[in-house]
Design a protein around this ligand. Structure first.
Ligand SMILES: C[S@@+](CC[C@H](N)C(=O)[O-])C[C@H]1O[C@@H](n2cnc3c(N)ncnc32)[C@H](O)[C@@H]1O
Length: 286
């Protein structure tokens, strides 16, 4: 049956009114498996035009890092150097094929020391970040992924995967992500992953209270008041939804749990600012 012009208009009007709510709903449920951050979250058409290469991403892509452009670059370099030094300190030879999972705008990826043989990848659920990287860091490889624990790489592909401040935002699917990373690592390949633990929570409430988002500090203080999380015998606590959640583990709990699937080579407290770093190795037989 043909709809009258009037009915179409009414339908269009209802759609126009409801569409923002619909997109708000999508954003609010971005933790649901498979949701990524599209280039345009409002659902408007996207037109990509050729642009000048930029040295530093626009501030809205800095994922919370503060300071000047020089500081943004210097801090990314220092964070990358710390990871490379940790590998060297553990006698691990410099990786040839590496993945920065949760790379954002390549803040650390771009500083990964490389040779002609290197193959460096960055992946993130945020299409705007990956698009910026693809356009501005063409010597590296970047791919958009989703929150579903799947990576578009073959088994045993990487020598090294690093996730700086990424498992800190993954709640229910953390183990599935660990196993997916293990799949793409070569036997005896390594994973560097930062986590938040009780030491991190204490650091955030004190030393970092002035530099972190006030709502994060407020949530932490509320959890402490209500559940005394720093003293309670809790294995994990978190607030908010993926990919913006804040996840905290008990050190023994996460070490015990993940050591079922990978060898724990190191656990360094306060390694990545207030976060602790875990270095894990895929066993030769896995
Ligand atoms: C706090 S930022 C850290 C960015 C970067 N690693 C750094 O240190 O500069 C966390 C990043 O992880 C990404 N992320 C969150 N969950 C993810 C997932 N399941 N897979 C891939 N990236 C994810 C976010 O989109 C965000 O860019």
């Amino acid at each position: 049956m043909m709809m009258s012009k009037f009915n179409w208009r009414v339908r269009e009007l209802i759609f126009a009114l409801v569409r923002p709510l619909f997109h708000l709903g999508i954003r609010a449920t971005s933790h649901v498996t498979g949701k990524l951050r599209p280039l345009d979250e409002s659902g408007s058409p996207v037109v990509l035009t050729r642009g000048e290469r930029e040295e530093v991403p626009p501030r809205r892509l800095w994922v919370g890092y503060l300071g000047t452009s020089e500081e943004y670059l210097a801090e990314g370099r220092a964070d990358m150097e710390a990871v490379v030094s940790l590998l060297a300190a553990k006698g691990i030879s410099h990786p040839r094929v590496a993945l920065d999972l949760g790379c954002a705008a390549g803040r650390m990826t771009r500083h990964f020391p490389r040779t002609e043989e290197s193959e460096i990848w960055g992946a993130d659920i945020s299409a705007p970040h990956i698009f910026w990287c693809q356009r501005n860091l063409p010597e590296l490889n970047f791919v958009t992924v989703s929150t579903a624990p799947h990576l578009p790489f073959a088994d045993n592909y990487f020598d090294f995967v690093f996730c700086a401040s990424v498992f800190t935002h993954i709640t229910d699917l953390a183990d599935a992500w660990l196993l997916e990373i293990r799949r793409v690592l070569k036997p005896q390949g390594h994973l560097y992953a930062t986590v938040q633990d009780k030491v991190s929570a204490e650091e955030m409430r004190t030393t970092y209270a002035d530099v972190l988002v006030p709502s994060t500090i407020a949530q932490l203080k509320r959890l402490e008041r209500k559940h005394a999380v720093s003293r309670a015998d809790c294995e994990m606590f978190y607030f908010d939804n993926d990919p913006s959640s804040r996840v905290f583990y008990d050190r023994d709990y996460i070490t015990r749990k993940w050591s079922k699937w990978m060898d724990v080579v190191a656990y360094e407290e306060r390694f990545y600012h207030f976060q602790s770093a875990m270095l894990l190795r895929k066993s030769a037989s896995a």
